[in-house]
Structures are given as structure tokens and as C-alpha cells.
Design a protein around this ligand. Sequence first.
Ligand code: PEP
Length: 248
Amino acid sequence: MGRKKLAAGNWKMNGVKASLGEIEALVSAFTAPPNCDVLICPPATLVSAMVAVSRGISIGGQDCHANASGAHTGDISAEQLADAGASAVIVGHSERRADHGESDAEVAAKAEAAWRAGLTAVICVGETEAERDAGEALSIVGGQMAGSIPAGATGANTVLAYEPVWAIGTGKVPTLEDIAEMHDYMRAELAKSHPAEAQNIRFLYGGSVKPTNAAEIFAVSNVDGALVGGASLKAADFGGIIKAASEA
Ligand code: PEP
């Protein structure tokens, strides 16, 4: 079974109601549905408004609490995201791991919370620049995968995003050979931990993906799409990445 490409956008802490015009521009730019899946993860404040204008684009959250409800001021549960119309949620983004000290075990609990609410979990992993320079990129990502991907992961409920921390928002991108090495390694690791589903789970590359480099990245072995930050904020840029995913 082939894995359909996925173009996923992460708006991070950007966007207000006026930004919904970008989504309207994006959907009206496509006269026919693209030949790939599209997901946009806006700030939680915009999830339900974006669902209302998204016309076939899936909408997701950027994080969820592991619990369904309770005394967790400021947090959002997977069930609340689902109630707002989300169909997916990013968990373990490096900015959450760094800013909020999220451990692999917490990320795994959030992925299970996503499944409990019927959401797809987009589980993020990736090494820092110091770790890559030390020759530890594969072992760091392998360890994050072992700790962050629960046993129940399937192609239907999970997407894995490889995002080298040093490539996020910097304009720096690993070589295509380095991306291939990592994604091939991840597939092999998943085949050991999740043998029945390893070929079904999609792997996104994330880190300074632009319309200008998307096509070459999508052609790399075991790259099934992209998780895109900055370039997902503008309809013209994200539209170019969706087009590249459609044609890959
Ligand atoms: C991200 O935040 O997940 C990301 C990949 O950001 P950018 O595309 O801006 O590097």
C-alpha cells in the first residue's frame, strides 16, 4: 500500500481571526482537490473558526494534555480539540520539549490521549546541532522514537515527523543524503518496534521547508511529506508546497 503524501502546516503562536483569509486564499487557489493530504495546525484559538472555512483541509492542534479534563489551567485536552473540529494534534514538537521540558514519556502519553479522542498524533523527533556534530543524530532520534511512540501506533492514528532542531526556522536544511539516511533509519527502527505497521506510518521531514526545496525533499526515500512552520503561514508559499506534494 502506498503512503499518500501529507503537507502539514504548524502555525505555532501566530495568527488571529484576520489570518483566516490565508486559508480562504489557499482553498480557493485549488480548483481541484490536491493529490495529497493537507493539515494545518493553527493556535487553539483558531481551530474551530478554521474548520469552518477549511473545505477539505484537515485542521489540528499543536499540543494536548494527556488527561481528558481536570485542573490543568491553560492546557487543552485532545477531547476539546476534537470537539472544536480538529482531526489531528502535534505532540512532542521540539519547542514543547525545550520550552516545557516535555519528556519522551509525556509525549507518548499525549499521543495516546490523541488516539483516545479519535485524533491522529503527529509525533515529533529530532536532534540538536550539537548532537549531530557529535555524530549522535541517529541514536538520539532512535531513543526519542523508542520513548515517544506508544505500542498502539498505526498508519491510521500516527504520523512521525523528523525535525532536526537546528533546521527549524533557520533556513538551514540537512543534505538530501542526510535526510535519506535518517528516514531510512527511522523506517528500520519502526520495523523492529512496530513490525505490522512500520510500512504504513507516514514520515514527514520538517525544518525550513519552502516551495523552492519541497520537491527535492519529497523525492527522498521514506519522506512522505513535510511539517512546515514559517512557510505555512502564507497561502502562496504553502500552496507551492502542497503542489509539490501533489506532484511527488
Ligand atoms: C516547525 O515548526 O515544525 C518547522 C519545521 O518550522 P520551519 O518550517 O519554520 O522551519
